[in-house]
Design a protein around this ligand. Sequence first.
Ligand code: NDP
Length: 258
Amino acid sequence: MKLENRIALITGGGRGIGRAIALAFARDGARVVLAARTAQQVEETAAEIGNEGIALPVVCDVSDVDSVQLMFARVSAKFGRGPDILVNNAGIAESAPLAKTDDDLWQRHLAINLSGTFYCTRAAVPAMLERGWGRVINVASIAGKTGAPYISAYSASKHGVLGLTRSTALEVAAKGITVNAICPGYVDTDMTTRGVENVTAKTGRSADQALEAIKKMSPQNRLITVEEIAALALLLASEEGRGINGQAINIDGGSVLF
Ligand code: NDP
């Protein structure tokens, strides 16, 4: 049990990558907090984990600083302290050509993907510093390292997450805390399904053709599974991962080599 006695807060824990990380962490002994805006999904994931003392579903909008503060207060009230492990996974991905990227789309990406990660990290780190142990794992993207057409807002927000990751990692490096980012390529989740639907609607290609084109972006010609992301998150969260700090680790079949 790699995470026994650990409390892990996973944003976006109701579905997709966050849900898989929550299930994996709970299997390895952690008590998990699942946070998202959709109550039903976090409640269902908590129920799946099973034991009420082990999983806490919380409705939270990470782009709202007051909502983040309330969430941390609920974690402390339930478990008597803040999280040992924070997984900033909540995120959105919408595409548009630059000229059609309106202010709302731009602000939404920065608010959720970047400011949400900042608000949660700022709320979590002081208690980690006091305890001399902590893990922050940011689910970024290979779009945080490189660019692609029609995703300027998403890509800019994820580049920001990597800057936040690297600077925070160096600030806390000597205090028993590590801060890392996971940079997936396309993962088999609702987010990718919505991307396929978008390509289909805009190009007239069939869903199968759109999915094949997405798979081909990886030299492995496939989507990454949520379990693969969860396994990497588990390593970063565990004691064995303590030497890995300030990294942005690609898990994309080799499409980005830096
Ligand atoms: P999903 O859309 O399946 O899940 C996203 C999760 O984030 C949901 O639980 C959602 O819940 C939550 N979320 C979104 N906005 C907010 C918010 N404002 N406050 C709290 N929770 C929020 O996506 P994935 O599981 O695929 O993605 C997870 C992360 O992985 C994202 O950061 C994404 O950018 C990243 N990623 C995904 C890739 C992919 O191919 N799928 C590739 C690279 C990176 P709710 O809507 O109920 O709030």
